[in-house]
Design a protein around this ligand. Structure first.
Ligand code: ADP
Ligand code: 5GP
Length: 188
C-alpha cells in the first residue's frame, strides 16, 4: 500500500549517498530516514535501530519468509539488506517523506513499486579512481570488502539512466544544492 511520498538514493557503495542524505536531513524537517535491516555486523560507531536494524542471517531470512520486506537483496555474497514494510509505514503514518539509501537494484525495485510517488536519485562518482579513493579514505572496509565493492560498481553504474535524476557528487556542497533543488521541485 502506498500512502505517502519517498525520495530514494542509490549508487555504488562509497559514492556519497549517506553523506548527502545527512546534509539534506538538516534542510527538510519533513524527511525521515528508512532504517534498513541488514545481516552484516555493525561498524564501529554504528547503532542498532539508528543506522540499521542488525539481524542475524537466520533472523533476516525468517522475516523474508514472513513477507516483511518491500524489497531485499543479497548485496554482497552472504550479506543481505532490505526495507521493512513496517518501517516505511511508520514514517508515512507520521505524515513524513520516506528517504531511502539502497543499492542500485533495491532502488530500481522500489521505484517500480512506488511509481510517481517516489523520486529516484542516482549518485554518480566523478570517476572510478575517486570512488576507490573515497572507499579507502572512509576507512570502514577491509581491503577484501573494498575490492568486492569496486568490482560491483561497473555494473551498477550502467543503470544510472533508469533513475529520475543523476547527480554527480564532485564537490559536496554543490551536489547537495542540486539535490535540494530537484527535491523541492518534486515535493511541490
Ligand atoms: P555511500 O553512502 O554511498 O557508501 P559515503 O557517504 O559513506 O558513501 O561516502 C564515502 C566516503 O566519501 C566518506 O568517507 C565520505 O566522507 C566521502 N565523501 C562523500 N562525498 C564526498 C565529496 N563530495 N568529496 C569528498 N569526499 C566525499
Ligand atoms: P553498507 O554496508 O555500506 O552500509 O551498505 C552497502 C550497500 O547496501 C549500499 O549500497 C546501501 O545503499 C545498500 N543498502 C542499504 N540498505 C538497503 C536496503 O534496504 N535494500 C537494498 N537493496 N540495499 C540496501
Amino acid at each position: 500500500m502506498i500512502n505517502g511520498k519517498a525520495i530514494l538514493f542509490s549508487a555504488p557503495s562509497g559514492c556519497g549517498k549517506t553523506t548527502i542524505i545527512k546534509e539534506l536531513m538538516k534542510h527538510f524537517p519533513c524527511f525521515d530516514f528508512s532504517i534498513s535491516a541488514t545481516s552484516r555486523l555493525p561498524r564501529q560507531g554504528e547503532v542498532d535501530g539508528r543506522d540499521y536494524y542488525f539481524l542475524s542471517h537466520e533472523a533476516f531470512m525468517q522475516r523474508v519468509a514472513e513477507g516483511q520486506f518491500v524489497e531485499w537483496e543479497e548485496v554482497y555474497q552472504g550479506t543481505c539488506y532490505g526495507t521493512l514494510r513496517s518501517e516505511m509505514q511508520r514514517i508515512w503514518d507520521m505524515g513524513k517523506v520516506v528517504v531511502f539509501d539502497v543499492d542500485v537494484n533495491g532502488g530500481r525495485n522500489l521505484k517500480r513499486h512506488l511509481g510517481s510517488e517516489a523520486l529516484s536519485i542516482f549518485v554518480m562518482p566523478p570517476s572510478i579512481e575517486v570512488l576507490e579513493q573515497r572507499l579507502r579514505t572512509r576507512g570502514t572496509d577491509s581491503e577484501e570488502a573494498i575490492v568486492r565493492r569496486l568490482a560491483r560498481s561497473g555494473e551498477e553504474l550502467s543503470h544510472a539512466s533508469e533513475f529520475d535524476v543523476t547527480i554527480v557528487n564532485d564537490e559536496l556542497s554543490r551536489a547537495v544544492d542540486e539535490a535540494r533543488r530537484v527535491i523541492e521541485t518534486f515535493l511541490g
